[in-house]
Design a protein around this ligand. Structure first.
Ligand code: ATP
Length: 252
């Protein structure tokens, strides 16, 4: 379908087209479509823009990633569909390991995602088939499978669109978690060390810019970032946007 450029939901419809194509290609699962829809609803409340709070969280994430020893990005079908180029870019700048980590795991889908990332220049992609040779304590063997050289031994993990159980189990392993999640109320958002309440398609390019600025600079160890406070402010923005929308109805 050709999306007319003057459509008020142009960007959002373009993403839907992308998601639809990735479903056909077997990159995204059917359940991934539902997750995308939930994200769209929260993005609507957020005003479909990167807020000041998201900017603060992005800057804090860039600092944490630049100081990390073994950072990893956990890749599922949705983000492999939406931001494959950015995943690869960030992996090369830092460096950061790329690990495929699916909720509904099949070797077939893992391989398709790996190929998609390789098409964008991704190298040494972990988590496919036998490479996922360890298990996150507290999760069943299928959902808990991770790569020893990747997530299992990582110190900092970026988890865009992660399931709450898994995020919590990773946190319990002592990892620092950076979540990118449009839902500030999700269990993943609430348990992360840093939650970027933003759409991955906006947050990832911004994160790359911040990392580029910080790279090869001395970063002082201490930085103050209060995740709970930041999340509360994001919710406040959504609340105020809803009030504004409500007032518009009154004006009609
Ligand atoms: P949790 O298990 O953490 O409590 P959940 O059940 O909502 O939360 P999932 O459905 O496993 O989590 O993951 C999808 C999450 O990703 C949702 O919170 C959704 O808002 C978010 N999401 C979907 N699309 C995007 C996107 N493009 N950018 C950022 N977040 C997104």
């Amino acid at each position: 379908m050709v999306v007319p450029k003057n459509h008020p939901r142009y960007e959002s419809l373009l993403l839907r087209e992308k998601v639809k194509d990735c479903l056909k290609e077997g990159i995204i699962s059917e359940v991934g479509i539902a997750a995308h829809g939930r994200g769209e609803a929260f993005d609507y409340f957020l005003g479909e823009r990167t807020t000041e709070q998201a900017e603060t969280a992005i800057k804090a994430s860039a600092r944490l990633l630049c100081r990390a020893e073994n950072p990893v990005i956990s890749v599922n079908g949705n983000i492999a569909c939406l931001v494959p180029e950015e995943i690869v870019k960030i992996s090369k700048i830092l460096p950061l390991k790329i690990e495929i980590n699916l909720f509904y795991r099949t070797v077939e889908r893992e391989t398709k995602i790996k190929k998609r990332l390789e098409k964008f220049g991704g190298k040494n992609i972990l988590g496919v088939g036998e490479n996922a040779n360890e298990c996150i304590p507290g999760l069943d063997s299928l959902r808990g499978k991770v790569s020893r050289e990747g997530i299992f031994t990582s110190d900092v993990i970026i988890v865009p669109l992660e399931d709450g159980d898994r995020a919590l189990a990773l946190k319990n392993m002592g990892k620092k978690i950076i979540a990118i999640d449009l839902n500030p109320l999700s269990r993943t958002s609430l348990c992360a060390d840093i939650t970027i309440v933003d759409n991955v398609v906006r947050a990832m390019p911004r994160l790359i810019e911040e990392i580029k600025k910080l790279k090869n600079k001395d970063i002082e160890e201490e930085f103050i970032f209060d995740n709970a406070e930041n999340i509360k402010k994001s919710i406040e923005i959504m609340k105020n946007n809803l009030i504004r929308l409500q007032e518009k109805i009154d004006e009609r």
